[in-house]
Design a binder for this molecule. Structure first.
Ligand SMILES: *[C@@H]1O[C@H](CO)[C@@H](O)[C@H](O)[C@H]1NC(C)=O
Length: 426
């Protein structure tokens, strides 16, 4: 085996030539590119070093980099550069001159890159020139896995029409299908496309998560503390196509556990109306209502009382009465939550721990409410009105959300039976 060492002047000349080549590619100057290839005899598949601060060109095996570590540069062939900068004419010239279309100098082929930057013209060009449809990047993803934006739907369509596998799992520790990826990034158009082409709606990844669970989890942006309507639409599409809302992942969490963890009342309602079991337990015996209790005070944009109402009106098990002080401990600053919870029982007897669970300044802030709590939770029974509410709720066996609207009651009364908070107990 020979190793060829270039002399220093030749190295410098090559470096200059590569620089000219890169500049011509970036300028989409097909004439100059051809000139460099023919006159200066630059290898058409030569690997260039290019700026890549957002890692569009790079793909690594899992665990190779520390989280947050970023390389500013990457390696690329001329076609990669054309794809990244939408230099379509030059890409065509390279392909016609015989450039290799499936190279992955830094983990991705040009087709992976074209999908990542949602460039459907490039996808079409590459597919017409022999790009491999199901090829894997170094991180184990197919081109379809890189379609994660609304703009990439046209790319995904072309891939599928050419035979891309919609059920394929990524070849890495996650084993996500493209449907998981679309659910994670919340792209309803992609989810519809995959469903229309026979994707398995209950496919599980290596954590036993279905796309529905993935959408439920990522519907909340924990950094921005916002909820995503697109993820809600994705969940609806999945349920409409037969997603099972009661499947459990490796820790036995359901999609409802994840929605409860996010305090996402919109998604909780979607799931519960689709038949999600409010009593499902995770591996530690926790139901979704316990998840709500854990996060109520760290979800500033949520409407927690609605989440509790939804669960209790879908047959959720109530908190064991001797443990009720724990509800006060986690939700003392949310009187409407306390009100919903207390009203779900016929009668509750306070323990010594109740008052201690409420900080004094908080008690003062909500004095009217807390005075009413301790007023009604004494040894006397509550009002006939409240007891009637409880009787109706029992007769509907906990499924009040569905049952109550069918009762011949005025709408204010319906809200009352469904535990709508009013500001104080009586
Ligand atoms: C995907 O998987 C599902 C369930 O296993 C199967 O019914 C379907 O035919 C597969 N779709 C394709 C396009 O292979």
């Amino acid at each position: 085996r020979f190793i060829i060492f270039l002399s220093i002047p030749r190295q410098l000349a090559l470096k200059k030539l590569k620089k000219r080549f890169l500049e011509a590619l970036l300028a989409n100057n097909a004439q100059e590119v051809l000139h460099i290839l023919h006159t200066d005899k630059l290898d058409i598949d030569t690997v260039l070093e290019v700026d890549d601060p957002s890692m569009v060109l790079a793909s690594y095996k899992q665990g190779y980099w520390l989280p947050g570590y970023r390389l500013e540069n990457s390696w690329a062939t001329g076609i990669h550069v054309c794809v990244m900068y939408n230099a379509l004419e030059t890409a065509l010239v390279l392909l016609q001159a015989g450039a290799a279309v499936n190279l992955r100098p830094n983990g991705k082929t040009p087709l992976h890159v074209a999908c990542e930057v949602s460039n459907s013209d490039c996808v079409a060009l590459l597919l017409a020139h022999g790009a491999k449809i199901n090829t894997l990047s170094l991180s184990g993803h197919t081109p379809l896995h890189y379609c994660i934006t609304k703009e990439s739907v046209v790319c995904a369509k072309q891939l599928i029409f050419k035979g891309a596998k919609v059920n394929v799992s990524s070849h890495n520790n996650d084993e996500d299908t493209p449907l998981h990826t679309a659910a994670r990034f919340g792209v309803p158009e992609l989810v519809s496309l995959y469903m229309a082409h026979g994707a398995s709606v209950n496919a599980v990844n290596s954590f036993q998560e279905t796309p529905l669970m993935t959408a439920a989890f990522w519907a909340y942006d924990s950094k921005e503390q916002t909820y995503s309507e697109d993820h809600h639409i994705v969940s609806r599409i999945l349920l409409d196509h037969g997603a099972d809302p009661n499947l459990q992942e490796e820790d036995h969490k359901t999609a409802l556990h994840k929605a409860a963890w996010n305090c996402d009342h919109v998604l909780m309602q979607i799931l519960l109306e689709a038949g999600a079991d409010a009593r499902a337990m995770d591996i530690n015996g926790c139901a979704p209502i316990q998840y709500l209790l854990k996060v109520t005070d760290v979800r500033p944009l949520a409407i927690p009382e609605v989440c509790y109402q939804l669960l209790l009106n879908h047959n959720a098990a109530r908190i064991y009465p001797p443990q009720f002080h724990k509800v006060l401990q986690s939700c003392y600053d949310y009187p409407r939550v306390i009100e919903v919870m207390v009203n779900s029982y016929e009668h509750l007897k306070p323990t010594k721990k109740w008052r201690a669970a409420i900080p004094d300044d908080c008690y003062k802030r909500h004095k009217v409410f807390y005075d009413s709590v301790f007023g009604v939770c004494t040894n006397t029974p509550r009002t006939l009105l409240h007891l009637t509410r409880c009787a109706i709720r029992v007769s509907l066996r906990g499924f009040c959300h569905r049952g109550v609207p069918q009762l011949p009651l005025p709408s204010l009364m319906r809200k009352y039976v469904l535990l709508e908070p009013e500001g104080m107990l009586y």
